[in-house]
Ligand binder design. Structure first.
Ligand code: AMP
Ligand code: MG
Length: 401
């Protein structure tokens, strides 16, 4: 059985082989997409010298303290002025600076007496003050936003100023999710006897959407080889990039997924990695003509499938799409941890912060079936292979969630 590090490396390599396609979207729909082109400004920004404040435009001189108001310019309403050394133009924020004006004195720094202004005592001003120069933000033909940038609101504003009403972005990865198990019933039914409501589908859809990708729900099927095979075949023939099944991938009597994958031409890259929870996960790839698809057969245990997504898939989406990496924080343990094996464990934890320091406790159930406990947790505590008994007060790495 391979280690966590080996499993991650194999998955990373396959993600890198995915050929991300591009599409054009309107600027207003480009939030949280990833740029597939450099954004180059078609003009200087700002396009003209303009005032940074509401104030008075004057010709700078070392000793002048009084001027006569000779006119007014507001933003978007430029007029030519013949300004002299004793004259001042009332000028608003964003208004174009008239020829000759070399400083703008803020309105707050003068008193107005009729059509004259006087500098308040102790106010200093200097040449160039409060003038935003043409091209000071970016020059024409320079790159404003780099290809590969994950677009936040601030990037949309920059793209708009550069004249881009549409952007070339990478298409979202399309996930297809299928749950398997004889015990599963829909959420709106009340379980009788040995049935349980299907829950994995929803955490996985949530994970995909939280990472700004697309998902198609293939629902659930019974542990029936033909039924599962038909569904998996549909998924492999669809336009999905990443196929996820849950359940039926362990060593039980009715765990058909591995055989089905193999029969349908999915190439196994690994089955089972030495981690907890989520050990039984299968990972493979499939070629649909030239298109590469990644195939994850995740275990049915609700916590296992969530942890598998986080530690195997999420980081790769973030990397490929230029998002901030998932990241970990170092925290001091508030209780002793115990593990009986040398798997890499991802334990549910409660992370808190006090005076810039992180603390974490694992004093909630660690069962991989306990879903509600999982929803109370806010991090996964990483307990490395060789570390069997991290004690209270020791530092551990945690994945916030
Ligand atoms: P399996 O991986 O099929 O052996 O399932 C392991 C455990 O996860 C069993 O207790 C299943 O009942 C449970 N399980 C499987 N699929 C789901 C699902 N979609 N939602 C919630 N629990 C599930
Ligand atoms: Mg099962």
């Amino acid at each position: 059985m391979i280690s966590y590090t080996e499993a991650s490396e194999l998955i990373k390599r396959k993600f890198d082989e995915l050929n991300l396609e591009t599409e054009t979207v309107k600027l207003e729909n480009a939030l949280h997409r990833t740029l597939a082109q450099d954004i180059i400004s078609d003009i200087d920004l700002p396009p003209f010298d303009n005032s940074a404040v509401d104030g008075y435009g004057i010709i700078f001189s070392h000793d002048a303290t009084e001027w006569e108001i000779t006119g007014e310019i507001s933003a978007g309403n430029y007029k030519e002025f013949n300004i002299t050394g004793s004259g001042a133009v009332k000028i608003m924020t964003g208004a174009k600076i008239p020829a000759g004006v070399t400083a703008v004195i803020p309105i707050e720094d003068v008193v107005v007496e009729g059509n004259r202004i006087k500098l308040l005592p102790n106010v200093k001003y200097h040449s160039g003050m409060n003038i935003r120069k043409k091209g000071s933000d970016i020059k024409q033909n320079e790159t404003a936003i780099n290809k590969g940038t994950f677009l936040k609101p601030r990037h949309l504003a920059s793209a708009a100023s550069c004249g881009k009403s549409e952007l070339l972005v990478y298409k979202k990865l399309k996930f297809a999710v299928l749950a398997t198990g004889d015990e599963l019933i829909p959420v709106n039914e009340k379980p009788k006897d040995d049935k349980i409501r299907i829950s994995n589908t929803y955490s996985l859809i949530g994970e995909v959407l939280e990472n700004h990708q697309a998902v198609v729900n293939y629902g659930f099927v019974k542990d029936d080889k033909n039924e599962i095979k038909n569904k998996v075949k549909q998924m492999l023939n669809s336009d999905a990039d990443i196929i996820i099944t849950t359940g039926g991938v362990s060593v039980g009597e009715y765990d058909y997924l591995k055989i089905i994958f193999s029969e349908l031409g999915v190439e196994q890259i690994f089955w089972r990695a030495y981690i907890k929870p989520g050990k039984p996960a299968f990972f493979g790839s499939y070629k649909q003509k030239d298109k590469l698809k990644l195939v994850f057969g995740l275990p049915g245990n609700p916590v296992s499938s969530q942890v598998n997504f986080k530690v195997y898939i999420k980081e790769n989406i973030k990397r490929l799409y230029g998002m901030n990496p998932m990241g970990t924080v170092k925290a001091e343990l508030l209780n002793d941890l115990r593990k009986k094996d040398k798997k890499r464990h991802f334990m549910k934890g409660l992370l808190s912060k006090e005076n810039d320091k992180y603390y974490v406790t694992s004093t909630i159930s660690q069962s991989s079936g306990n879903l509600v406990e999982m929803s109370k947790a806010n991090c996964l505590i990483i307990v490395e292979e060789e570390r069997l008994h991290p004690g209270k007060g020791e530092i551990v790495e945690c994945i916030p969630m």
